[in-house]
Ligand binder design. Structure first.
Ligand SMILES: Cc1ncc(COP(=O)(O)O)c(C=O)c1O
Length: 424
């Protein structure tokens, strides 16, 4: 359930009209509902009645510090994958001891930064990374807490680009070699091995692949405990899917029930890294119709948001529902909804049944709260969108729209290039 819907013919986010926001901020603009974010977090948390896990919000899904701070205020930790995400998590008030650090390519500088922030654990993804963490901890004279991300070789039945737990994927250490990896990790002077980690993919609609992976990982835990390694944490990643169109994703209750049943004998602390399920349906991207055109074969609705703002349709062929901000009963026509970018891949929908909306009318791309702004770019030198957080009748600008100067921030023209115009 979310707090977006029509009231008196107008789309609302909670008790604020989307049109009122777009008139104030301009478009494109991301709009998030605080009530929905809180509700999703609490439903997810309450589903895990027995295990009371540490919920580490996956910052990559939506990295705005206001969103991260909101989850922090509800008790969440953070799952991070870069020094930049660590910076955001710390800025948002998340305690280091609630932060887990995943990712296949952590740099030495990032590892040192994370050690300085005294994070809960590194989820190491290769033997060489274990060496690097050991080296960094040695330089600092500390012991780094680590778990090993295991690749359980399970097909999660999702889009290939967001499948991460199969042998062919770059993530984790193959479960067949994991026991050996733990023995190596234990032999390092500056590592303290405390956990096991997995994450098999995103937008998972079925629970069974997670359970199959968990069973494999539990088998591994038995073996490494026999080797005398004290496993205190089991991090099972994120991945629970949401409904974009007509998918029937497992509910948090079913997901939690199956996990808790499988882990009934596990005596350590469970860690979860949800992203999409918390934020996906809590945000929309509002855009305006720039032009319409009809080439005789196809109708196009050209809007002022592009693939640089929301890349999911271009990248994963993902579906986002598109709603006119002012409800209309006019006739529907099949049309492509496209952005202004010079790529044929710059589209939000193909052959979608929508009314012919005039120039200036606003539309909402629904379910855009996850992997929306956080995957946005400046391609075609487009300024990234503004972001707004609604809380009941109030709304807050949580990121201002970029300016042209933001676009060239950090760029330098070397002195051997003579600037011909004085319009600089
Ligand atoms: C290691 C890790 N944890 C958690 C997540 C969050 O996944 P989701 O947004 O599907 O919950 C991801 C996303 O890809 C990830 O790579």
């Amino acid at each position: 359930m979310n707090y977006f819907g029509y009231k008196n013919g107008e789309l609302y986010c909670e008790n604020v009209s989307v049109r009122a926001i777009t008139e104030k901020t301009g478009t494109p603009v991301y709009i998030y509902s605080a009530k929905t974010l809180k509700r999703h977090y609490n439903v997810f948390k309450n589903a895990f009645v027995r295990t009371k896990p540490l919920i580490c919000y996956s910052v990559k899904a939506n990295s705005n510090t206001a969103i991260v701070a909101l989850f922090s205020s509800l008790g969440a930790g953070a799952d991070i994958v870069s020094g930049g995400e660590l910076f955001r998590a710390v800025r948002a008030g998340i305690d280091g001891k609630k932060i887990v650090y995943s990712g296949v390519g952590k740099t030495l500088e990032e590892i040192i930064y994370a050690l300085t922030e005294d994070i809960l654990m590194f989820n190491a993804e290769s033997i060489e990374e274990l060496d690097a963490i050991d080296e960094a901890a040695g330089l600092m004279g500390v012991k780094a807490p680590v778990s090993i991300r295991v690749n359980p070789d399970i097909n999660p039945h999702t889009h290939p680009y967001i499948s991460t737990g199969m042998k062919k994927n770059k993530f984790g250490i193959d479960i067949r070699y994991a026991r050996e990896a733990y023995t190596i990790a234990r032999s390092k002077h500056h590592l303290q091995v405390i956990g096991v980690d997995m994450h098999i993919g995103s937008q998972l609609t079925e629970v069974s692949p997670v359970i199959d992976a968990l069973k494999r990982v539990q088998g591994l835990i038995k073996e490494i405990r026999k080797d005398g390694i004290d496993i205190r944490y089991m991090d099972i990643g994120g991945g629970l899917g949401i409904t974009y169109k007509d998918e029937r994703a497992a509910s948090p209750d079913n997901y939690a029930g199956a996990i808790e049943k499988t882990l009934k004998d596990f005596d350590g602390r469970l860690i979860l890294e949800p992203g999409r399920v918390l934020v996906g349906n809590a945000g929309i991207l509002a855009a305006k119709v720039l032009y319409r055109k009809d080439n005789g074969m196809k109708k196009f609705m050209i809007v002022d948001a592009g693939m640089n703002d929301l890349i999911r349709p271009s990248f994963y062929d993902a579906y986002h529902e598109i709603l006119p901000v002012d409800e209309t009963r006019s006739k529907l026509f099949k049309q492509d909804v496209v952005g202004p970018i010079c790529e044929s891949g710059d589209f939000f929908a193909h052959d979608r049944n929508l009314p012919l909306l005039e120039r200036g009318r606003a539309v909402a791309l629904m379910s855009a709260g996850a992997y929306g702004f956080s995957m946005s770019s400046n391609y075609n030198s487009r300024r990234r969108a503004a972001e707004v957080l609604v809380d009941d009748k109030e709304y807050y600008l949580i990121r201002t729209r970029e300016t042209n100067n933001d676009l060239i921030k950090g760029e330098r023209i070397p002195s051997f290039i003579k600037i011909r115009s004085n319009h600089v």
